[in-house]
Write a protein that binds this ligand. Structure first.
Ligand code: G3P
Length: 504
């Protein structure tokens, strides 16, 4: 087949476009980082216009690198950092405020108020989520309450809300519709909608009562569609003009799809800015009793939705960035492995990166980061090691919760994301879980998942069997650590985590 699929991956730190061929192999990649805006402690923002401009730029660059034209592209898929919230004016196309990023904790008091006497699980049965600053609903409410004139405009139907998929799709399919062209489509997919706290998990529609409780007029909300169908065609002038946009998946759901976790009991763990472990639970949502989220995994056209249990960890890869940018103990992210490997162990030091509180499975908004176990002996090599180990310890917490909720005992863990190039971390991860960890030959599973969703919608791939066939293992790490060492390291980690509580 001499056509390709273009996947746009608008993530927390960068925007990428990857072109895939029919075997699910990468043909070309273009990537651009964007600014992280920290107006005050706990606040994290992006400039929505920068996200859109970078997305356009990387789209054009990926095509140019592979010397492709629009006739070579069968469809476009979109995947995105989830929960990040944008509200814009439908007429001017201008955002009324910066994008409020998923890591942002400014809504902590609002979330407490919404919980009221019922507590954080007030909406868990309907939405699968605990009340938390993490999700989009409270962020929309914050914008409507704090941006001059926003509520009035929203009530008059002049504003649109979208997660990043919706913002990109709206622009890609026409934006505010200048020069006599129709405006872009205002649509999201079920996976992104399931992260707003405003969607009912069973009906897959916005829940009017929750919207009312949150003070969000339903006129701002996009239409919820499946993850794999033609939503519209790219309209902007440029190399992708006229190509159908046919797949949308939140980035973690996209990685689950791209890892071919297509049957109940299959799971993947993505090591990105944070870590996200998703277990496919089939067509019935499983409600967690151990601090996990219930979320929509994907919905292909009008087939039944498939659900997942998710363990979301806020800070893993971004801790490595923090060591680089805030402490300056490494010059590049890749350097952390060499530094950590130059000592045999963590020297007794543990870093708990509770920068945004703790997410799954503890959900402690009051937690803040600690470095525990410091002595004069500890130096930056031990801290580098402790930083990597914190990723593996947090993953173990999530995996234990997953076992308890689902009774599924994973025989392997499929992994992907930037940090899986780190051999030391992967070996330690396998040791800490006592489970083999396996990396696929195409590690770009997030973009690949969005490509599959788009390709299935236009008949480029005929069924999910094509996805299974394309998945191949690259490397497997087997556990080698003795059980008592595993136990004592994890016990010390747990003690360190308890030191983070009641801080904020
Ligand atoms: O829920 C947040 C998640 O979607 C962010 O993913 O890869 O941009 O860190 P990533």
């Amino acid at each position: 087949m001499n056509q390709y699929i273009a996947a746009i991956d608008q993530g927390t730190t960068s925007s990428r476009c990857i072109i895939f061929d029919h075997d699910g192999r990468v043909v070309s990649v273009a990537q651009k980082e964007h600014r992280q805006i920290f107006p005050q402690a706990g606040w994290v923002e992006h400039d929505p216009e920068e996200l859109w401009l970078n997305t356009r730029e990387v789209g054009a660059a990926a095509l140019a690198k592979a010397d492709l034209r629009r006739k070579d592209i069968a469809a476009i898929g979109i995947t995105n950092q989830r929960e990040t919230t944008i509200v814009w004016d439908r007429t001017t196309g201008k955002p009324v405020y910066n994008a409020i990023v998923w890591q942002d904790t400014r809504t902590d008091r609002l979330v407490e108020r919404l919980a009221g006497d019922d507590g954080p699980d007030r909406y868990r049965a309907a939405t699968g989520l605990p009340l938390s600053t993490y999700f989009s609903g409270p962020k929309v409410r914050w914008i409507l309450d704090n941006v001059d004139g926003a509520r009035e405009k929203a009530e008059a139907g002049r504003l649109a809300f979208g997660t990043v998929d919706t913002w990109i799709l709206w622009h890609l399919t026409g934006g505010c519709g200048q020069d006599g062209n129709p405006p872009g489509v205002h649509v999201t997919d079920v996976t992104n909608a399931s992260r707003t706290m405003l969607m009912d998990l069973e009906t897959l529609q916005w829940d009017p009562q929750i919207c009312e409780d949150f003070g969000i007029p339903m006129s701002v909300l996009p239409e919820i569609r499946s993850s794999s169908e033609v939503y519209g065609h790219a309209r902007e002038r440029g190399p992708l003009a006229g190509v159908p946009v046919a797949g949308i998946l939140g980035d973690q759901q996209a990685a689950t799809f791209g890892q071919a976790c297509l049957s109940p009991g299959e799971a993947k763990n993505t090591y990105g800015t944070g870590n996200f472990l998703l277990l496919n639970t089939g067509t019935t949502p499983v409600h967690s009793k151990h601090g996990l989220l219930t979320t929509v995994c994907y919905r292909i056209g009008d087939a039944d939705a498939v659900y997942a249990l998710e363990g979301s960890i806020a800070v893993t890869g971004s801790l490595v960035q923090w060591l680089r940018d805030n402490l300056g103990i490494i010059d590049s992210a890749a350097e952390i492995e060499t530094l950590a490997a130059s000592v045999p162990d963590n020297g007794g030091a543990y870093i708990v990166p509770a920068f945004s509180g703790l997410f799954a499975p503890r959900w402690r908004p009051d937690a803040r980061g600690v470095i525990a176990g410091l002595t004069r002996f500890v130096d930056k090599r031990h801290l580098a090691r402790a930083a990597l180990e914190s990723t593996a310890f947090q993953t173990r917490e999530v995996l234990e919760a997953m076992r308890a909720d689902s009774q599924v005992d994973l025989s392997i863990l499929k992994v992907d994301g930037g940090m899986v190039a780190n051999e030391l971390l992967m070996q330690f991860q396998s040791d800490m879980l006592a489970v083999p960890v396996v990396r696929p030959i195409v590690p770009e599973t997030t973009a690949l998942g969005a490509a599959y969703a788009a390709g299935l919608a236009v008949g480029y791939w005929s069924s999910e069997d094509d996805i299974r066939r394309n998945w191949t293992a690259d490397k497997t790490w087997e556990p080698t650590m003795a059980a008592d060492e595993r136990g004592s390291l994890y016990a010390a980690w747990n003690k360190a985590v308890e030191r983070t509580y009641d801080w904020a």
